[in-house]
Design a protein around this ligand. Structure first.
Ligand code: ADP
Ligand code: SF4
Length: 678
């Protein structure tokens, strides 16, 4: 297939110092959650991006020495010679597909944990470290410590060269690097040649960059990753202040500028709070200062925008971390004129939440991520099918659609029956809430793919009864009927229903389906015993419709779980700007009063309407009494009707069940595990 002429600019090679990138797609450094202890998983994941056409594939933050110990957060390591074979394998697997390999060397400084090494945490000054969960201070580095650190960095560069990397990073971004800590007036309180003036604070970064160039000596390219602005940090870098000064001071030194926003919540904003290309207003200036290639990120998934960024001189390379997780084959799809097949990142940050847990990354759009090695799953090549069968799937939510698509891709005959007049289940419903429209991509991608096949079909407005299913007579039946929000106060901190006549109880389903009087302004209580995003978007919708809203939760923080998606601060800020009232630590008691969990005091509220955001009940009409399962063979459950959870969990569940259906005779479906002692 020939590349459409309008996208040719994306496939022009680019010289980066002594190496040449085959195209403009740059899989940006990110940790995969496998760390150094599960290298096969990480290597297979990154190799998949190379196979999918990312011309450069970067390895995430790699600790240079034991004084930068992130454990128990699974990071990459290149501490000593014993780490080299693992990296060498990684390089080879990436290069096999013609891509360049890059390594982001880093020292965590005041973000290190040093829990396993027990070494002092080091930084520019003696201050509390930047991790509230660890009660420790950093040792102010003296000149001997600084020399030692520079030598450690040089040694890590040498090992990276031995491993065969094409691009070696100097890392000064996200506030996660000792070099950022020296740069920042917030953390650098020194009075010597490394502190005080800008020229002094940038000294270590410049020295490390020069050390790296000297070590590399033209045998690899040297990149700098730098956060040009920290919009949430009043003392931080800004694109028209010291961020710009850094780029001006080092402009022609590195072979590649990899620029972004810091810290991580600003760099990885969700689609609820930022649109595609959200970093450009901060990063655009860099190209005007340096003649060296520049790569930047911004959740880019639209080929036309990518081309315009290259042609207009905003960027030379299109960086993608989340877009490359959601679709490792994004570049090849553009190259082969299959743009409509791109599985676009929805910007939900479930991938980010897995990093916080310290487990291999998972993705709402790409259920095969992290399963490349342990289960042998490929995002584009469907599993080989034994024989062709007919499958009926009830429900077209994320689980039903993913199950249907996986079966259809395997060549089977697939029918989806959906009772509503639109496909997509909860995704279609939730995408109507403020800021969540990008979530439609979960449905749009799968519905489009199914529509392109002559072995699959979706019947809408088709409520299926037990008899309908039996009469249909398919080889298998998969129930993907979803779940319904509870109205009975059962949620994550209460397992007994509590009745009330004091309030009109509504659920998120009522608000999403507009089943409530919305014409005149009213007072609402949104009671959050779910703790993910839902209560906050429901509150946002009500506030935007002019209602008065009080958010009440039994927990001490707003939307507690959204810390994991880096959204919590943005949620609080937005709701505050819309005039919400927060009442934290209040729990509904047996008399349906809001009772403080701290001192038992009662909260008096005027509103008579309460939106309860708590648990969900599986829609089990078709399987609850066992009739279907007892009378038919090959009946499966998937998604929220099996276990209510996230959209990501529903997609994964749909994918898993399809693979099980395709390989029903397989005895165990355990994954391979990486064993340190074989
Ligand atoms: P999941 O997240 O597990 O995919 P959803 O709630 O998003 O679940 O989707 C379930 C879908 O199943 C909904 O669109 C719902 O209308 C549909 N559904 C539920 N029961 C039936 C039924 N008996 N016949 C057809 N469709 C059904
Ligand atoms: Fe994008 Fe969500 Fe997948 Fe992360 S989990 S890559 S944000 S779709």
């Amino acid at each position: 297939m020939t590349t459409p002429s309008q996208y040719k600019a994306l496939f022009a090679p680019l010289k980066i110092g002594p190496v040449t990138a085959p195209n403009r797609f740059f899989a940006s450094p990110h940790s995969t959650g496998h760390g150094w202890t599960e290298p096969k998983g990480a290597i297979a994941l990154r190799a998949m991006k190379a196979e999918g056409g990312w011309g450069t594939v970067a390895v995430g933050l790699t600790e240079i020495s034991p004084s930068s110990d992130y454990a128990n957060h699974p990071m990459e390591r290149i501490w000593d010679e014993k780490d080299i074979p693992r990296h060498n394998l990684q390089v080879n697997e990436i290069k096999k597909h013609g891509s360049l390999s890059a390594i982001e060397l880093g020292h965590g400084g005041m973000q290190s944990r040093n829990l396993t090494t027990g070494l002092p945490i080091i930084g520019p000054s003696n201050l509390s470290i930047l991790r509230p969960e660890i009660p420790s201070q950093s040792k102010a580095m003296d000149l001997t410590d600084i020399k030692l650190f520079r030598n450690e960095h040089k040694a890590a560069v040498e090992r990276s060269l031995k491993a065969g990397y094409d691009i070696i990073y100097v890392y000064a971004a996200h506030g996660l690097s000792i070099l950022s800590h020296f740069l920042s007036i917030n953390t650098n309180k020194r009075f010597d040649q490394y502190g005080g003036t800008f020229a002094n604070r940038i000294r270590l970064l410049k020295e490390v960059l020069e050390d790296t160039l000297e070590m590399v000596n033209g045998n690899a390219a040297v990149a700098i990753r730098f956060g040009v602005a920290e919009p949430d940090n009043p003392l931080g870098m800004s694109h028209d202040g010291e961020g710009r000064d850094v780029v001006e001071a080092l402009a022609e030194l590195p072979d590649l500028w990899d620029i972004n926003l810091s810290g991580w919540p600003k760099d990885s904003q969700t689609s609820r709070f930022a649109n595609e290309g959200f970093q450009l207003e901060y990063t655009n200036f860099v190209k005007s200062i340096t003649s060296k290639p520049v790569v930047g990120v911004g959740r880019f998934t639209t080929p036309d925008l990518m081309v315009s960024l290259i042609k207009n001189g905003n960027l030379d390379l299109i960086g993608g971390a989340r877009p490359s997780i959601a679709d490792p084959f994004l570049p090849n799809k553009i190259k082969n004129n299959l743009v409509e097949n791109i599985r676009e990142c929805i910007g939900c940050n479930v991938c980010v939440s897995m990093d916080a847990y310290g487990v291999p990354v998972k993705c709402t759009q790409n259920p095969t991520i992290s399963e490349e090695w342990r289960k042998g799953w490929h995002p584009e090549t469907p599993p080989i099918s034994r024989k062709k069968e007919t499958h009926l799937i009830i429900g077209s939510g994320p689980a039903g659609l993913e199950c249907a698509l996986t079966l259809a891709n395997a060549g089977h005959d697939v029918t989806v029956a959906e009772s509503r007049d639109k496909p997509g289940g909860r995704v279609t419903q939730e995408a109507r809430l403020p800021g969540l429209s990008a979530w439609n991509r979960v449905k749009d991608y799968r519905v489009y793919q199914l529509s392109q096949k002559n072995n699959s079909r979706i019947f809408l407005s088709s409520q299926m009864s037990l008899n309908d299913i039996k009469e249909f007579g398919s080889d298998t039946v998969t129930l993907a009927t979803g779940a319904t929000w509870r109205a009975d106060t059962v949620g994550s901190t209460n397992f007994e229903p509590i009745a009330t006549e004091k309030y009109t109880i509504l659920t998120p389903d009522d608000i999403m389906l507009e089943n409530f009087p919305n014409s005149t302004t009213d007072q609402f209580i949104v009671y959050d015993d779910d703790h993910n995003y839902m209560a906050s978007v429901i509150a946002e919708k009500l506030l935007k419709n002019g209602h008065d809203v009080t958010y009440v939760t039994p927990l001490p923080t707003v939307s507690t779980w959204t810390q994991y998606t880096l959204e919590q601060a943005a949620i609080i800020k937005r709701l505050k700007s819309l005039g919400i009232k927060f009442a934290l630590n209040y729990k509904i008691n047996q008399n349906f009063e809001f009772c403080s969990t701290i001192d038992n005091k009662k909260l008096k509220l005027q509103s008579k309407k309460l939106v309860f955001v708590g648990g969900r009940i599986p829609n089990g009409q078709l399987f609850g009494d066992g009739k279907l399962i007892n009378t038919m063979q090959n009946v499966f459950l998937t998604g929220d009707c099996l276990v209510p959870g996230t959209i990501q969990a529903a997609v994964l569940s749909g994918h898993q069940i399809a693979r099980k259906i395709l390989n029903r005779d397989a005895k165990v479906l355990h994954s391979k595990r990486e064993q340190t002692i074989q």
